[in-house]
Design a protein around this ligand. Sequence first.
Ligand SMILES: [Zn+2]
Length: 482
Amino acid sequence: MSSESQQAISLKKFTNFTEWFDELLLNARIADNRFPVKGFIVYLENGAYIIKRVREMLEEKLEKTGHKLMMFPLVTTEELFAKEVEHIKGFSTEVFVIEQKSEKGAERRLIIRPTSETIMYPMFKLWIRSHADLPLKVHQSVNVYRYETKATRALYRVREIPWNEAHTAHETPSDAEKQVKEAIEIYSQVLKELGISFLLLKRPDFDKFAGAVYSIAFDSWNPDGRVNQVATVHNLGRNFSKAYDITFEKKDGSRGYVYQLCYGFGYSRVLAAIIAQHGDDRGLVLPPPVAPTQIVIIPILFKGQEKEVMDYSRSIFNELKDNWRTVLDDREDITPGEKFYYWEMMGVPVRVEIGPKEILEEKVTLNRRDTLERIQCSRSNLVEEVKKLMENLMQNLRERSERMLYKLIIDATTLEEAAKAIDNKCIARVAWCSSIECAEKIKEKAGGEIRGERYDIAEHPDRPCIACGQQAKTIIYVARAY
Ligand SMILES: [Zn+2]
């Protein structure tokens, strides 16, 4: 299938993304955004299921690499929150607080986690005594709360944020660097298994995580041109260990502060990326690993042959159900056409159609959701064929998304070109001298944010800074963002 025709079927997604997305959230039972507190949404059965599967995929990898699952409190105190100066500056305007009044009328304020450094690190201080306690690697999947001032947007920009956060402590800076690589590898793997393509970017200094030495981010593409940051990895150096006094006895007997990392993986944003990158004008196109229903069987009933078709359908269902989450849609009150329409919207990867012809020829008709192709296969090797088809579909989703990412990146040599690219819902790739003045100029004139330079590959500038014409130091990506 050519890339043109693939785009043709997702026309609405690219021309009217907001409407397409919002309709799909509700119709495909992903989320309901009508809860009367802004930025707080209800995850419906399919949205909640997909998040559960993504969480399982991620947590399995974290635990295999020695991250311990723990559960920390929701709140911290104002005093603990204020310990790391940059951190409090970055988050103080967007925290929710609980006001607690004692009987004597004294007031105490508790801060609800916007992220858990200030909750975990006082405990790390108690747990870490010597080099034998390192590395310490913990993680938890929880909601964090941020009262962001930007407009809320279902899944993309919410105030109750479901995510996984991991926090680690190490003996040496090189151990911490190795951990950065491990974290990136884990997140990349999960995203790859979901077919989500992204740019791995080192954020510019002025836009790193509050309290970090540097931040790496996973920016996934979105049909409306706004990149969707689905995960981040922060090297904290010793900024927090000094603030929270987390020291350990080294092998030589001296004491030192630990080196730390924190990294987060946003479940609602990953869910948004799955919908936005793979979906088309018919609805969701779900990667098999997270699809609530992986196969749907639709009997095509003909007068006089209802029983044969239903019996054959049931036996096919019994063959498939142990390997895949399979549904036999035997509803009698709606037509096969209506069923096709419904399950296509739900993004079910493979549809099996069974009519008298299939019974006669001992065959099964398979229909794949990504390309809508129909495939005939003989009943005797059905399981093998479906297995191959699922793999093939997953690979196609991944490659199709990757092609779109590179199609959206536009090389710009002037600020006008960059502005035009961003206006056209693309990501501008430009040369930059690294000065703050030019960063501000780029932001203002091009109308996008500086998202950073590639972390996975070194890109050397082959042209002068787009803003001042002086020698450029780096190649950066500029885009609107959620
Ligand atoms: Zn410049």
